[in-house]
Write a protein that binds this ligand. Sequence first.
Ligand code: GTP
Ligand code: MG
Length: 138
Amino acid sequence: MNNRTFTMIKPDATSKGHTGAILKMINAAGFRIAAMKMTKLSAEKAGQFYAIHKGKPFYDELVTFMSSGPITAAILEKGNAVEDFRKLIGSTDPEKADEGTIRKLFASSIGENAIHGSDSDENAMIEGDFFFSKLEQF
Ligand code: GTP
Ligand code: MG
């Protein structure tokens, strides 16, 4: 299955009021919302979600940031979802992101970069299941 990805609108974009504009771009790019919720990660949950980065110099900062305020989590459906969504959000560092991408438009730094997108089909499944029960995935 390569038609689903997982995203979070991160605390920076949420607190700046960009959630609606970002969801509009996601829909306009042809993604269907298969699950969605607004929630807030505890530091423990944020640490689990980004466990792959444990030990990296930015890990503590990442966990603090991701648990600093509410986020919107969603599962998105479209052909070639993972790759196409990474193109829509742009490079991790907004200074390197292409014009018109979500991070170019809404991210302020490599740390506070507005949005998450899964990096593989396998992680998309794991990450979607981290936030949503099967009954919440449509
Ligand atoms: P995600 O979609 O959030 O997974 O971002 P990514 O796949 O583009 O980047 P990666 O998985 O390598 O890093 C995960 C997150 O850690 C990034 O989105 C940033 O929020 C943060 N991060 C990565 N590199 C740095 C860094 O050098 N400094 C800081 N402060 N944060 C970083
Ligand atoms: Mg990543």
